[in-house]
Unconditional design. Structure first.
Length: 392
């Protein structure tokens, strides 16, 4: 195992009707003027936004609102939020929604607390020195942004999607009511389950530092999400399954399943970021579409991990060579994706990429990671292009 730091300062308030506690939590963490940032759609239609504003009104907390957060959240809306916060003297952010609204709120927080262009942080030109404090009311179990240090933003000019991580942006509190996820379309629920599992697998498929207890936590989380994703496919209103998936989403990305290892691989996410930037696909679906091609490209370099995954997570029988078991595990994972209507290649994702598109994505991905990246196997631009081609 490797040495590690584990830092999870977010206060979690989990359960039915917990959104009614939002005003007390904002006061607890010193908020006096709040920007409520959300997407729209179900947050408004369900009455959640009104319940939140009514709660703040009753508590005497001033607020302004900014809707419009979209999947693969846009830098232009971040700029709008920064200006609004400065104009209104906002001192606390409240992200209401899923990862898009939360990530956008984090970026707004960076922009308010730091001078200069906020995109510099996502473009790896400098490091943030602070972030406006924020809280979260989660409506989609997927990204884990409600407890993580990370956020992902898309710059419309050039269609560049980049992530940035800093402990400054970890939410002060996260309100999690599984009932709030029941209005999600089945496709979005499946995308969320895929993203949760991928956050865990990115930390699982590493070359070194793995701990038995961390592996057991990761494998248990993966089995739990796999089981409950199928339950939700058939019974979308199942509260217990919603609760299992929601809590798994937080644990998958708050650092717990990476304790003791080398920090994770993350190349599946980096490959998907270029898909999301260029084609604006749903993040979870994009991950599923490229994972099998990535796995087949790297598995021989980390064969014991793939064998262990196949047996402990995918229930593959320990029969045949290690390579045969590993490949059966990859195939079983793809079968699972199909069972919840997730794609396993770019064509199933609805992407008809030209060779020029694949070359462009590989080039942008290599630039985004500084030339090469990976733990299971270090990938350069040529390797990235090979994976994109295989995923067609």
């Amino acid at each position: 195992m490797f040495d590690f730091n584990y830092y999870t300062p977010t206060k979690v308030v989990f359960g039915k009707n917990t959104e009614t506690k939002v005003a007390d939590l904002i006061k607890e963490f010193g908020g006096t003027k709040v920007l409520i940032h959300y997407g729209g759609g179900s947050v408004v239609r369900s009455g959640l936004l009104k319940r939140v504003t009514d709660s703040l009104d009753e508590a005497g907390i001033s607020y302004v609102t900014l809707g419009g957060a979209v999947p693969n959240p846009h830098l232009s809306l971040v700029y709008e939020g920064i200006e609004l916060c400065k104009k209104e003297n906002v001192d606390f952010l409240l992200g209401v929604g899923g990862g898009s609204a939360i990530d956008s709120a984090k970026a707004i927080g960076y922009g308010v607390a730091n001078e200069g262009d906020v995109w510099d942080f996502y473009d790896y030109k400098r490091q943030a020195k602070g972030c406006l404090p924020l809280g979260v009311i989660l409506t989609i179990a997927a990204t884990g942004s409600e407890m993580s240090d990370s956020s992902v933003i898309t710059k419309e000019e050039g269609l560049v999607k980049r992530g940035y991580s800093s402990d400054y942006s970890r939410p002060k509190f996260a309100i999690m009511n599984p009932e709030l996820t029941m209005t999600l379309p089945d496709y979005q629920t499946a995308c969320g389950c895929t993203d949760i599992m991928m956050h865990t697998m990115e930390r699982y498929f590493t070359q070194g530092g793995n701990m038995e207890i961390t592996d057991a936590l990761a494998e248990g989380l993966l089995r739990t999400v796999k089981k409950n994703a199928v339950i939700l496919r058939d019974d979308p209103k199942n509260y217990d399954a919603r609760a299992e998936v929601m809590w798994a989403g937080s644990l998958a990305h708050n650092g717990l399943t990476g304790c003791g290892n080398d920090g994770g691989d993350w190349m599946t996410h980096k490959l998907e970021h270029e898909l999301g930037g260029l084609y604006d696909v749903a993040h979870g679906a994009g991950l599923a579409a490229v994972w099998g091609s990535w796995a087949r490209y790297v598995y021989k370099d980390i064969l014991p991990r793939f064998k262990k995954f196949a047996i402990n997570v995918m229930d593959v029988k320990e029969e045949g060579t290690d390579e045969e078991i590993a490949l059966k595990g990859i195939e079983a994972m793809e079968d699972f994706y199909r069972s919840i209507n997730m794609p396993t290649n770019l064509r199933e994702l609805g992407v008809t990429a030209t060779e020029e598109d694949l070359v462009l994505m590989a080039k942008k991905c290599a630039i985004g990671v500084g030339g090469q990246m990976g733990s299971a196997k270090v990938l350069d631009e040529e390797a990235m292009l090979s994976i994109y081609r295989a995923s067609m």
